[in-house]
Design a protein around this ligand. Structure first.
Ligand SMILES: Cc1cc2nc3c(=O)[nH]c(=O)nc-3n(C[C@H](O)[C@H](O)[C@H](O)COP(=O)(O)OP(=O)(O)OC[C@H]3O[C@@H](n4cnc5c(N)ncnc54)[C@H](O)[C@@H]3O)c2cc1C
Length: 346
């Protein structure tokens, strides 16, 4: 295989440290970066290595300084005016050059649009493998290798993948799965500014314009409350009721894939294995059976309330409070009760 050939004869002992490839959106740190720092710290401690975060951009030194409050050892800030906006080739070239030079042991990226775009390109450039969409990362106590676990075969089994002969060991991790690193007052660590050699000729993709969608962004990952509707709604207009309950609870609207496939709601609302992973304080599942692929995206919610007219629906096996009955009777009663403030605060 080509990759094996590229890395034939590498000495695994030359590789050190855990790297997080950080992500910025509209000048702010993407939440997945803080989640990866939390997870990366645990892995780095287990293998007795340092934790570094890579940030690519231009004029964002202030942001890199803020990252030092999350317990990282070093921020490697790749700074260049051509990298002010995200650019597939610019990011992939500069990050992979730095990996080749510094040789990290583990590299983690968010399984976001950016991470999914540059992750495989970087892996190919440095001659290693990549495990996409991991939901669990551990260190093998016997040999210190990274155990990268992700759902396989439609979520019916969890596959643990290792990268025994190539370095770095690379994974993308789904947003919302790992716990965030804790912010501390003390800013430890240091910032190293790296000025890459890169020219306009290296970048075939040109940013012509940015068009911001007029629609309100769905923010399921950050939501404290998510109210989701499924096929049990029977029709698109059922989501008006879900929206009303979500508003009464101050939350966001989620959905099962069946509701998205039926065209009742747009895909950014989908919760589950091929949708978003959420871990709110409260998840309310209305007319959702609780298929394993749906559970994969919400089972870590603090409290789960399920409303379903089938008492044998699998969702009742994982919920904290289950209501057997017709959602079209129960949800309006809940909205009324909340609006009359008869509900206890969670
Ligand atoms: C590779 C793969 C990836 C997938 N990824 C996802 C994913 O990310 N997210 C996801 O959700 N699914 C995913 N699925 C699909 C998943 O397997 C299920 O098909 C889907 O979750 C079912 O959606 P549902 O619960 O809304 O519908 P159903 O399974 O049809 O359940 C509808 C429920 O509504 C109840 N009901 C009906 N009427 C009422 C009423 N009036 N009041 C109360 N309850 C009522 C029924 O009793 C039933 O339990 C994936 C599948 C595959 C193969």
């Amino acid at each position: 295989m080509e990759i094996a050939k590229v890395n034939q004869g590498i000495d695994l002992k030359d590789y050190n440290d855990v790297w997080i490839i950080g992500e910025l959106i509209d000048g702010k740190v993407h939440p997945v970066t803080i989640e990866l720092i939390g997870e990366g710290k645990k892995l780095a401690e287990k293998i007795n290595k340092k934790l570094n975060v890579v940030i690519v951009g231009h004029g964002v030194k202030g942001i890199t300084e803020r990252l030092l409050h999350f317990g990282v050892d070093k921020v490697l800030y790749i700074e260049h005016e051509l990298l002010k906006d995200f650019n597939t080739e610019g990011y992939a070239i500069t990050i992979s050059d730095l990996i080749k030079e510094r040789k990290p042991e583990i590299v983690l990226l968010g399984a976001t649009s950016i991470g999914r775009d540059i992750g495989p390109r970087i892996a190919a450039k440095v001659g290693t493998g990549l495990t996409a969409d991991c939901t669990k990362l551990e260190i093998d106590e016997t040999d210190g290798k990274l155990l990268q676990t992700r759902p396989a075969f439609g979520g019916n089994l969890m596959a643990t993948i290792i990268c025994p002969n190539n370095r770095p060991q690379m994974s993308t991790v789904r947003p919302g799965v790992m716990a965030k690193a804790v912010h501390v007052d003390y800013a430890g660590g240091e910032i190293e500014v790296i000025n890459p050699k890169i020219s306009k000729d290296d970048l075939r993709v040109k940013l012509i314009d940015k068009i911001v969608s007029g629609k309100k962004r769905v923010n399921l990952i950050e939501a404290k409350v998510v109210v989701s509707g499924g096929r049990g709604l029977k029709e698109a207009s059922g989501f008006r009721l879900i929206q009303e309950l979500a508003e009464a609870l101050g939350g966001e609207v989620g959905s099962s894939r069946a509701a998205v496939d039926a065209g009742w709601i747009e895909s950014p609302h989908q919760v589950g294995q091929t949708g978003t992973t959420v871990r709110p304080d409260l998840y309310v599942a209305c007319g959702i059976s609780g298929a394993i692929q749906h559970q994969a995206g919400m089972h870590e919610s603090k409290y789960i309330i399920a409303i379903n007219k089938d008492k044998n629906a699998p969702i009742f096996e994982i919920c904290d409070f289950g209501i057997v009955g017709d959602l079209y009777e129960i949800v309006p009663a809940m909205i009324e009760a909340i609006n009359e403030k008869h509900f206890l605060e969670i």
